[in-house]
Design a protein around this ligand. Structure first.
Ligand code: GRF
Length: 197
């Protein structure tokens, strides 16, 4: 299964996915890492792993999401991906693009969905006084952070946690969860995976 990974920043989740796909018995192979900015640090990390990279800067499209996504589709063509993993990709995709990739595009979100869709998830969990927090991998649908859940990993919220300390604890679990879910997803296994920590 040819896997495209979309990033916007450092790509630590992308690195975890690529490194796991390089191990034995994985039915997925990374065909391209695509970023919406040439400054995305993950591009160098993909290149040093020998994975092709592509950049489609969203800024020239200034809010014309459909035109931006058409440029993405064109950029993907040479790599012929079978599916897309969004990994720290910070652009919202339209219903049209989601429909085109329905059932073939997954995302990792740093909360225990359906709680805390959107941004600032760690601060919101602290604000709410939650004792447990975590991350979720889900199928992407037209509604933001809303598709079927494929996996979750939980972490404890500790005394004195800040959004930064909590985010760091969650990120460690993201790097466990996302590869574990992708390994199954590419075999057609959609059964939800719950990781404890
Ligand atoms: C992190 O905050 C992570 O929780 C979320 O996207 C951000 C960047 O992740 N998934 P990455 O290091 O670029 O994968």
């Amino acid at each position: 299964v040819r896997v495209a990974v979309f990033i916007s920043g450092g790509g630590s989740n992308m690195v975890s996915l690529l490194d796991d796909m390089a191990r034995e018995g994985h039915a997925g192979t990374p065909c391209v890492v695509l970023a919406n900015s040439a400054n995305a640090g993950g591009l160098a990390r993909a290149a040093e792993r020998g994975v092709p990279t592509a950049v489609v800067d969203h800024r020239p499209f200034a809010g014309d999401r459909v035109a931006f996504e058409a440029a993405i589709t064109t950029a993907l063509e040479p790599y012929a991906p079978d599916m897309i993993c969004l990994a720290g990709f910070m652009r919202i995709l339209t219903a049209g693009f989601n429909d085109e990739w329905a059932g073939r595009m997954i995302n990792i979100h740093p909360s225990l969905l359906p709680k805390y869709k959107g941004l600032h998830t760690h601060a919101r969990a602290l604000e709410a006084g939650d004792k447990r927090h975590g991350c979720s991998v889900h199928e992407v649908t037209a509604t933001l952070d809303d598709g079927p859940i494929l996996g979750q990993a939980e972490v404890p919220v500790l005394e004195g946690d800040t959004p930064e300390t909590l985010a760091a604890r969650v990120l460690v679990q993201e790097h466990r969860l996302y590869p574990a879910v992708l390994r199954r997803f590419v075999t057609g296994d959609r059964s939800p995976l719950l990781l404890q920590s």
